[in-house]
Design a protein around this ligand. Structure first.
Ligand code: ADP
Length: 260
């Protein structure tokens, strides 16, 4: 049940009463659960056939397979697109698990620097290939945060991956972290193509992709930021975006610091 209460005041400011509105959201909740379960079930069922298509294409691309030059092109397309489908399905499963919220996260003290270095190692080859510099600026005396290490790693990885995707050659992506009161604030900033104001509030929605030439060209599922936002909230924080087209984007999230 959702309840909202508003006072009724007349001109002489004496409250004449209150209006109480109650919404029965049982049906809404049930629909939401049906949607979530449906997406999770379909994704789960699609996993195996997609993996089979992908591995069959892989086999056909092996040396000694006689598929001919035109055949190779088609098989490469099948391989690439089934890989993309597989990624969408995995992202959808991650999202439904997060939305179900039943799974307890194993919270522990996590050093931002350690997780950021892991992410940096993982993305260094892509950064080098794209000609984008990838750096970390995290003070040594930063307190650890209360988080689930894999969740934190995934949040940072999604943001860094985007930074690298949407930043042209010669640009940079920087991970920073600072203390703010009882939180640690972490930012992932790039000087890439940026996002215009009408899209800024929507990029965290499922499947939302800004339709720029570059987004179309680089591919992606449109689920990365939705997952990042769910994860940050599960860890007790929140995430915001500041961005200017052609200047760059700054994703900022915060998590509770561990007080010894
Ligand atoms: P995708 O798989 O498309 O990258 P995301 O949910 O991660 O999905 O991002 C949603 C959209 O937000 C992207 O398609 C892109 O248009 C935009 N976006 C995300 N990160 C950046 C960034 N660092 N710079 C510019 N645009 C971005």
């Amino acid at each position: 049940l959702w309840v909202s209460v508003a006072p009724i005041t007349s001109d002489d400011k004496d409250p004449a009463g209150v209006v109480v509105v109650m919404y029965d959201v049982t049906r809404l909740r049930r629909l939401e659960r049906v949607r979530r379960d449906f997406v999770a079930n379909v994704s789960h069922e699609l996993r195996t056939p997609i993996a089979t298509i992908q591995s069959s294409a892989e086999t056909l691309l092996m040396d000694g397979m006689d598929v001919g030059p035109i055949g190779v092109e088609f098989v490469e397309t099948i391989h690439r697109q089934s890989g993309r489908m597989g990624q969408i399905v995995e992202d959808l499963l991650t999202l439904s698990r997060l939305e179900a919220a039943g799974e307890e996260l194993a919270m522990q003290n996590v050093e931002i620097l350690v997780v950021a270095q892991d992410v940096l190692e993982r993305f260094r080859p892509v950064a080098q290939k794209n000609g984008v510099s990838l750096e970390i600026e995290v003070p040594e005396d930063l307190p650890p945060v209360q988080a689930e290490p894999r969740a934190l790693q995934q949040i940072l990885a999604n943001l860094v991956e985007n930074g690298l995707k949407y930043t042209p050659e010669g640009g940079q992506v920087i991970i920073r972290a600072t203390r703010r009161d009882s939180d640690v604030v972490i930012t992932v900033e790039d000087n890439g193509i940026g996002i215009s104001p009408e899209h800024v509030h929507r990029v965290f929605e499922r499947f939302y992709r800004v339709d720029t030439g570059r987004s179309r060209e680089v591919g992606g599922t449109g689920l990365g930021l939705a997952i990042a936002k769910h994860l940050v909230r599960r860890l007790g924080g929140d995430i915001v975006l500041e961005s200017q087209p052609q200047k760059g984007s700054k994703f900022k999230f915060w998590l509770p610091a561990h007080e010894p």
